[in-house]
Design a protein around this ligand. Structure first.
Ligand code: DHB
Length: 484
């Protein structure tokens, strides 16, 4: 499949304090080749490009930029030229941790990764790094708390636009991609283009004076809409008291996962019982509709058309698997007649998927969750970001993040709003046994986008746990379709 045949460029990470040029250096590259499906892919690698004038951390505030070699001799690849090729923009963020810029190479399931497949299809690839919740400077101050991760991605987009003439690829065709926390950043980047809310943070970094809206966003299992994710989780999992936590080595989350089983304590069950009934009012406040105009709502008991809709998405996923020859006969909670999945017992399906997180799943009452760490400050490691979390805090001196900070980390308020330019094209995937967040969260995201007139390809891949980039042929077929 894939083999790297050239040496990597030396990664010379400078320190902050120096002003960096925002002008792309077209001469500073190395030539590389790799093999994808038996074919050689030759490309130029421009690595460790610092994308802001005044970086806080050059290890993360930089990007790697890759161009198919053919574009330097006037070739057309996959129907694109050096001027028209879309720019694939995959972030490498997981767990809201810092993410160094990705490189074309091996993917987590052994084949070529998304960056390398993109090059093989004639896309230009810009891999941005971004600071994360644990990033610190030499004095120990945190430099990567929210909104640093999204601000960094926006800064990288602005660099690409600023240098659009000097860099191959079309900066009006930036296609963002990410998984999990990276999927959430991809959706936030897609939703919040050009919003003034981020301006002070961008200015402080010395970004290019350009727009930061993007063309399309691909989001795998986005851990998004964090301030409503606790209630969404308990809406789905309330009553499921056994859990299997999956411990992830966040720096290498794609490969290292260990399971720790447990049962909710009476206190945790009480928290679940308090959170679950908050969800219907939230869903109902959104005014969501199916494509046929039917309102998607929930009754106070958590049942209703929204739940039926989520069930229909799971049924559609099972149908697709069945049509592809998957044996579903062991799924006793599913009714199959004449090759059609006619129903599932939703509660049993939820038990089959299983609870992973303990309540509250995101805004940890003891401030112990990664998301609490996202909402810290330069000097405070972790804070609450929901009223519920703050009111029920068990932490010694728990404090609450400002509403404005919570707002700028959530795509929901920007979709279709006058304050922002939202990407036109969206691809959202969340596996049917992914329990890192509630199925309701990507459903709400996708439905809101569709209701506001954006073009959304949303599906729940059958029996797929928390993961991304497992369907690269389909991903790049979608990109080709929306870009041509
Ligand atoms: C990720 C997973 C989580 O369960 C979470 O809460 C945040 C991030 C991740 O894999 O990026």
């Amino acid at each position: 499949m894939y083999a790297e045949t050239a040496n990597d460029a030396a990664a010379a990470n400078g320190n902050s304090g120096q002003a960096y040029s925002l002008d792309f250096d077209a001469k500073n590259y190395t030539e590389k080749t790799a093999t994808v499906d038996g074919k050689t892919v030759a490309y130029r690698a421009f690595e460790n490009i610092v994308y802001v004038k005044n970086p806080a951390d050059t290890k993360y505030q930089c990007m790697n930029f890759y161009v198919p070699e053919g574009y330097y001799s006037g070739a057309s690849i996959g129907g694109y030229t050096a001027e028209t090729a879309p720019i694939f923009f995959p972030n490498a963020v997981g767990g809201y941790m810092p993410g160094e810029p990705d490189k074309p190479g091996e993917g987590f399931e052994g084949g070529p990764n998304a960056a390398l497949v993109a090059l093989s299809k004639g896309l230009v690839v810009a891999c941005p790094g971004a600071r994360g919740r644990t990033t610190q400077d030499s004095s120990g101050a945190y430099t990567g708390k929210a909104p640093a991760c999204i601000v960094d991605l926006k800064a990288a987009v602005r660099y690409l636009r600023y240098n659009d003439k000097a860099m191959p690829g079309d900066a009006e065709k930036i296609v963002s991609n990410g998984t999990s926390a990276g999927g959430a950043l991809s959706d936030l980047l897609g939703a919040s283009g050009d919003s003034k809310d981020y301006e002070p943070y961008l200015k402080a970094l010395g970004v290019a004076d350009e727009r930061d809206d993007i063309f399309a966003a691909s989001c795998y299992c986005p851990i998004t809409n964090l301030d409503h994710a606790d209630m969404a989780y308990e809406w789905l999992f309330n009553g499921v008291n056994d859990y299997k936590q999956i411990k992830i080595n966040m720096l290498d989350w794609k490969v290292q996962r260990t399971e720790v089983a447990g049962t909710l304590t009476p206190e945790q069950i009480e928290v679940s019982n308090e959170l679950a009934p908050l969800f219907p009012a939230y869903v109902n406040s959104l005014g969501l509709k199916k494509t046929d105009g039917t309102a998607l709502t929930l009754n106070a008991d958590g049942n209703g058309s929204f739940k039926d809709y989520v069930r229909s998405l799971v049924i559609a996923s099972a149908q697709k698997a069945l049509d592809a020859g998957t044996d579903l006969s062991a799924k006793t909670w599913m009714t199959i007649q004449d090759g059609k999945v006619v129903d599932i017992d939703f509660d049993q399906y939820v038990r089959y998927a299983g609870r992973m997180k303990t309540p509250s799943a995101f805004d940890g009452l003891d401030l112990g969750n990664g998301e609490n760490g996202l909402f810290g400050t330069a000097s405070i490691d972790a804070r609450h970001f929901t009223a519920f979390g703050m009111e029920h805090s068990t932490a010694a001196a728990g404090t609450l993040a400002d509403a404005q900070l919570v707002k700028i980390m959530n795509p929901m308020g920007y979709i279709g709003s006058k304050e922002a330019t939202t990407a036109q094209y969206w691809r959202i995937r969340h596996g049917t046994i992914d329990k890192d967040t509630s199925l309701a969260i990507p459903t709400i995201l996708a439905t809101t986008l569709a209701n506001k007139g954006y073009d959304v390809d949303f599906a729940l891949p059958w029996d797929r746990p928390h993961s991304g980039e497992y369907d690269l042929e389909e991903l790049f077929a979608w990109i080709a379709q929306v870009c041509h």
